[in-house]
Ligand binder design. Structure first.
Ligand SMILES: [Zn+2]
Length: 362
């Protein structure tokens, strides 16, 4: 048995010319994960001819170039943190795996595009603590008609075994994109053909074959994670809602704010990328962060609360007009605008209005 085995990670020449070395590039924000907890499997969802590893690299490279202008403009406007990337389509992935070109051996590829410890935005769960983007290594498998899918799976299985060993993870860390965003059937073929358990079994078998009993040199003992456990929800679940309920699954139209109210999930909207996919009967729609236990949601700001503000403070509750950026500024909520769907409804004295994401209770 070859104890030194590891998958062939091909570093594409493009990576040395700005694709990963530029931490300001749209596809590599350079943000560190809070921890590495998940290995998340995707299929690229692109069956076109030649939609393989090189085409996807090219796609990322063009994405970087076309979005750099937006990034530079945001920088000139003084935006910081996540706001700096507003308007950027910064989708990316840590690894891209492609099977052999059909009928040609040794033509498969595994590209490491973004370092394991950095965020690649492709799990559709935003900045959910403990979630896919914040704590997962994302692997895209090419599902183009040009490539041998089974060979792609084989390479992905080798890669997962390698990552399990590298990061001291176990079977429970292997996840589907769908585990973090229930409305997206990804990896499509593995899930619809009921092969995701098979895939996980193969990863563990490969791990046991190659790495069992092997300690990676320099490996640190695994620390207990401080992140909140991941939670997902399904139709029929009774949930406690604290936060905003919307008239539409895309947060359009009216909304109301509730605190510690119990509802039942009656439907999960699965098309057109809803931002609030969970339907609560006739009451409306919520996002996962609003469901108690999914953590951002425990606190509803109210007038009189002392807060620490980090982010933009706007001249208007609709983010119109001037704004400026503050960090850890201690203020109090002096009013909450409820009419006409304000995007920054919390008034912090005379200095202006902020959105909830900028507030922390002190
Ligand atoms: Zn996916």
């Amino acid at each position: 048995m070859d104890k030194t085995y590891s998958p062939t990670l091909v570093y594409h020449p493009a990576l040395a010319t700005g694709l990963t070395v530029d931490p300001t590039g749209a596809i590599r924000p350079g943000t560190k994960k809070t921890s590495v907890r998940w290995i998340i499997i995707h299929e690229a969802g692109n069956s076109s001819v030649n939609a393989g590893a090189d085409n996807h690299l090219l796609y990322l490279k063009n994405l970087t170039a076309s979005n750099l202008a937006t990034y530079n403009m945001n920088k000139r406007l003084g935006k910081t943190g996540n706001a700096l990337y507003d308007g950027l389509k910064y989708i990316s992935f840590n690894y891209f795996v492609q099977g052999n070109i059909k009928g040609q051996s040794n033509t498969g590829k595994v590209y490491n595009i973004i370092p394991d410890e950095e965020i690649a935005w492709c799990n559709t769960d935003g900045t959910t603590p403990g979630g896919g983007n914040m704590c997962g290594i994302s692997i895209e498998i090419a599902d183009s008609v040009s490539y041998d899918m089974e060979d792609g799976y084989r390479r992905a299985i080798e890669l997962v075994a390698y990552l399990l060993n590298k990061h001291g993870l176990d079977r429970s860390a292997i996840k589907a994109h769908r585990d973090f965003y229930p409305v997206k059937t990804c990896p499509y073929q593995l899930l619809t053909n009921n092969r995701f358990d098979w895939f996980k079994d193969q990863c563990i078998a490969k791990y046991n074959e190659v790495y069992k009993g092997v300690t990676t040199p320099g490996e640190k003992p695994k620390e207990e994670s401080k992140d909140t456990p991941l939670q997902t929800y399904k139709v029929g679940d009774e949930v406690t809602i604290t936060g905003r309920i919307y008239a539409s699954a895309w947060k359009a139209g009216n909304s109301i704010e509730v605190k510690d109210k119990k509802f039942k999930i009656t439907e999960i909207i699965a098309y057109n990328n809803p931002t609030a996919p969970y339907k609560l009967g006739s009451v409306g729609y919520v996002d996962s962060a609003t469901i108690a236990g999914s953590n951002n949601a425990i606190w509803v700001p109210s007038v009189g609360d002392k807060v620490s503000v980090t982010g933009n403070v706007y001249a208007s509750a609709w983010k119109a007009g001037n704004y400026y950026t503050v960090k850890d500024k201690q203020l109090a909520i002096t009013g909450i605008i409820t009419a006409n769907n304000p995007t920054a409804p919390y008034r912090v004295g005379a200095i202006g209005y902020v959105e909830k994401d900028s507030l922390k209770k002190v």
